[in-house]
Design a protein around this ligand. Sequence first.
Ligand code: HEC
Length: 402
Amino acid sequence: MKKLVNSLLAASVIVSALLGDSSIEATKVSSNIDTINCKDDIWKSADFSKVTLYPQTTIKFNDKKANEINAKNKAIVAEIAAVYNNSKIAFMIKWPDGTQSIQQNDKTDTYSDGFAIQFASNYSNPKKLPYIGMGSEGREVVVHLQKETSKTYEPNGNGNVAYQVNPNQTDLFGKDLEKYNDLVKTLGTRDYERTFVSEGFRSMSEIKDGSSKSFARIAYTGDGWKGTLSRPLKDEYLNLNSAVIPVAFAVWDGDKLGRNGLKYLSAWTAVELEGKPGSDALLSALYSDVKGDAKRGKDIATANCSACHQLTSRDAANLMGPSLTNIGGYSTIDYLKESLMNPSAVVVPGYNRNAHSNYAWYNIDNGKRVSSMPGFDWMSAQEIDDIVAYLKTLKVEVENAQ
Ligand code: HEC
């Protein structure tokens, strides 16, 4: 935050940044953080920032029960810190959750609590960051995902045969069952830990070749979770050696049947690495105040956008386009502007096109996705600013506000 206050002079910018989420100042350390977990003393001297995670409401989930449970979700505030040394960067995320949910590997209807940390592969242009929900075509992200799962017998240690032995099999009794349970204890896989590169939902590929050497842990504390991730500052997919990097955070609540897109999501958040090269243009891109007038923007949006978009939770759901009810929580000003002026620059994939052919959010032209949203580049700059100011107000209130 220090740097932000120094580098941005406009008073309004500073005020809005202080009221909303702020950047995260990573602490430089000299010790080894390769296998850091939440108990490490390093976190005592780290600087925790509050980051708000909004319910991702882009797509109506295809699960009636889950939709009902999550209909009134508020945003939650996580506390996040980062430390780095010469080769690694590590994060700790603490978030409130009254129930510990662990997926049972032998059941299909239980879901885990968990977290993900997302990095932009290319962040040289802060106005064109990847789509916050798993990246977008040509704008790749790297996502580290960590969930707590029950242990499964996994004899070869590859992490890919979690389902080969059913722990409930009925032909094991007495001593055999004990023996089996002991085996699970010693050979059981650790928690679900995966790294993906993604250019959009449904185009994720897991990094399995060992080239991404990350280490993640998750621990329940009684009223919430602490998750940690350590990863290289630089590897084949990412170079995080920069004064300011964009990072986004997500958490799942298994008790609320959360999985996949049913999660809580932050906006791109700036993490500052003192002493690294690069400009702080990203800070002003992420924390500048809106220029427009939200009240005027509301009128323009109601007239031009509500035929396809649900704007607030009081409006009926509208399948013609993404729900914008939390768009102000997890989107940047530049993303919103781009969405209006040039809808096909980032295309939100939408529903399964085969199942919901009436609601295709895009068409494919010469192999490229073309949004079915009309561009609003004919509007005046003032009107665009006003709409963006209004969109930034669209977000639910915060659950654990202090
Ligand atoms: C004809 C229907 C239609 C109209 C009218 C329309 N949109 Fe869209 N909009 C879409 C569709 C479909 C998408 C998803 C595909 C894409 O990303 O372009 C979308 C995407 C968006 C996104 C990105 C959402 C996200 O989750 O990232 C924003 C922001 C947006 N629209 C804002 C607006 C605003 C503001 C207006 C009015 C000025 C508007 N739209 C008018 C159909 C529409």
